[in-house]
Ligand binder design. Structure first.
Ligand code: PMP
Length: 490
């Protein structure tokens, strides 16, 4: 075993990992990377097929990102945001507001002002996806108390299978039993509403946009109806939901569950009509992950950077992390409105301040990387790369439908989830003890492709710089490993 692996085994406790399994074998110790490739301490190379747990956008060691960080390092790495402003964080906040409004790079601020002030105007920086959600949660809670009265008890509604992070507030919003049940005693109660998991829909098994008339399956948007019932029941109690929390277009850790076209705009409109604020968790979906959208007449529409924009949804809180810095550094942002901001204004002694913050809030290195990443996302090369990848991902996954243990193949933009089942005809789930998702990923790793499953869903989320040949290798490794795993099932 490599001496670095020995050190790891001796001292490191890994996230979301059964450490008994971990200690049974030598881990890959990553010592380098370039583009889509990662290299371990033995010199073996792998493709980073889940963009280092959904964070990396442009590839590892990108010259533009490296240069931006190096330039910033020559000035300063970090100074506190408690009492001080800094250069890259100020610039980044303005850029995020512009992009959240769907603004183009060459747009003059005056032009935007004519179209109305931006809805999302203020940016609160923090360190990771969980803290981005904590900030939104605390702001929404206190905003509601200040607007509805201090005695009101703000309640939150999130989606079945929701995952919004691992800090206590974020866990309270979550509805994944295996992760969250153990901590139930520490959590505050939130309600959940059915998510549009069409593949396992209890009402039918049709996709609303593609009614399966042959099998007599019709979708009547029962999930939207249920959401409406939840919001109106809560309103009738005299305690309308303070906020609706959701991942737009695709739920990640729930199992890569895409929302049928129109679901997001309908449910968020219902939430708004019932007085709820909208908290969009774009920790996974942000920064182009959900696709570049259709081209119109040879010309591309303004490229949507955030999933909400694809259904013209304007959240009151937009939570960003992971890809914010191109996946380089731990940094997060919670964007919110002038209205929410104003509710926290007052004289010092009124104690209306938002008493929340982290030591590394607004970190300069992270902000410098984020600015460079946003610039890269706007380049024609990046847009072309993503357009090609999205299509190739779709085309190359099609042959996998013929594998008997592939139940569903779900794709939104540059994210794909392949759900493994016992039998595709019955959609019977595989038992936990079979560790099918893990075993398929182990087989892929032996073929030089790294990813992690969510349960029995295999995730493909390639960095945007992934070449045609590299994506082909990822999908071939996946197909071969599925065949191998189920042939050798114990
Ligand atoms: N929200 C979503 C949608 C996520 O996918 C994640 C992480 N997978 C988080 C929040 C939490 O982010 P972090 O791990 O950076 O705390």
């Amino acid at each position: 075993m490599h001496r670095l692996a020995q050190l790891d085994h001796a001292h490191v406790w890994h996230p979301f990992t059964q450490m008994r399994d971990w200690l049974r074998r030598e881990p890959a110790v990553i010592v380098g990377g370039k583009g889509t490739r990662l290299r371990d301490a033995h010199g073996r190379e792998y493709l980073d097929a889940n963009s280092s747990i959904w964070t990396n956008l442009h590839g590892h060691r990108h010259p533009k990102l490296n240069a931006a960080i190096t330039r910033q390092l020559k000035k300063i790495a970090h100074s506190s945001a408690l009492g001080l402003a800094n250069e890259p964080a100020s610039r980044l906040a303005a850029e995020l507001v512009r992009r959240a409004e769907g603004g183009k790079r060459d747009e003059k601020p005056a032009g935007r002002a004519a179209a109305g002030a931006p809805h999302l105007k203020k940016v609160f920086f923090s360190d990771n996806g969980s803290t981005a959600l904590e900030v939104a949660l605390k702001l929404a809670y206190e905003y509601t108390r200040r607007t509805r009265g201090a005695k009101s008890k703000p309640k939150f509604l999130s989606l079945a299978g929701a995952y919004h992070g691992d800090t206590i507030g974020a866990v309270s919003l979550g509805h994944i039993d295996v992760f969250h049940r153990a901590y139930a005693g520490m959590l505050f109660k939130t309600n959940q509403v059915m998510s549009p998991y069409c593949y396992r829909c209890p009402f039918n098994r049709a996709k609303p946009e593609r009614d399966d008339a042959r099998n007599n399956r019709k979708c009547h948007w029962e999930c939207v109806g249920l959401a409406e019932q939840k919001f109106s029941a809560q309103k009738k109690k005299g305690q309308p939901y303070a906020a609706f929390v959701f991942e737009p277009l695709m739920q990640g850790a729930a199992g890569m569950i895409p929302q049928p076209v129109g679901w997001l705009s309908q449910v968020t409109a219902i939430a708004r009509n019932h007085g709820a604020l909208l908290i969009a968790d774009e920790v996974m979906t942000g920064f182009g992950r959900t696709g570049v959208g259709p081209a119109t007449g040879g010309k591309r529409k303004v490229e949507p950077l955030f999933a909400c924009q694809q259904e013209a949804v304007q959240p009151d809180f937009l939570c960003l992390a992971k890809g914010l810095t191109g996946g380089y550094l731990p940094m997060a942002a919670t964007l919110t409105t002038q209205k929410v901001f104003d509710a926290f204004l007052g004289e010092y002694e009124e104690l209306k301040t938002f008493f929340h913050g982290h030591s590394f809030t607004g970190n300069q290195l992270g902000a410098a990387a984020a600015l460079a990443s946003l610039e890269l996302l706007e380049t024609e090369t990046s847009i072309q790369q993503r357009t090609r990848l999205e299509k190739q991902l779709h085309d190359e996954l099609q042959p996998l439908w013929t594998l008997p243990n592939v139940g569903d193949i779900r794709q939104v933009g540059l994210v794909a989830g392949i759900e493994l089942v016992k039998d595709w005809r019955t959609r019977t789930p595989l038992a936990w003890r079979e560790r099918a998702g893990i075993r398929v990923c182990e087989g892929m790793a032996r073929r030089g492709v790294l990813t992690r499953p969510v349960g029995n869903v295999i995730v493909l989320m390639p960095p945007y710089c992934t070449t045609k040949a590299q994506l082909h290798q990822m999908i071939s490794a996946l197909a071969e490993s599925v065949v191998e795993t189920f042939k050798t099932r114990q």
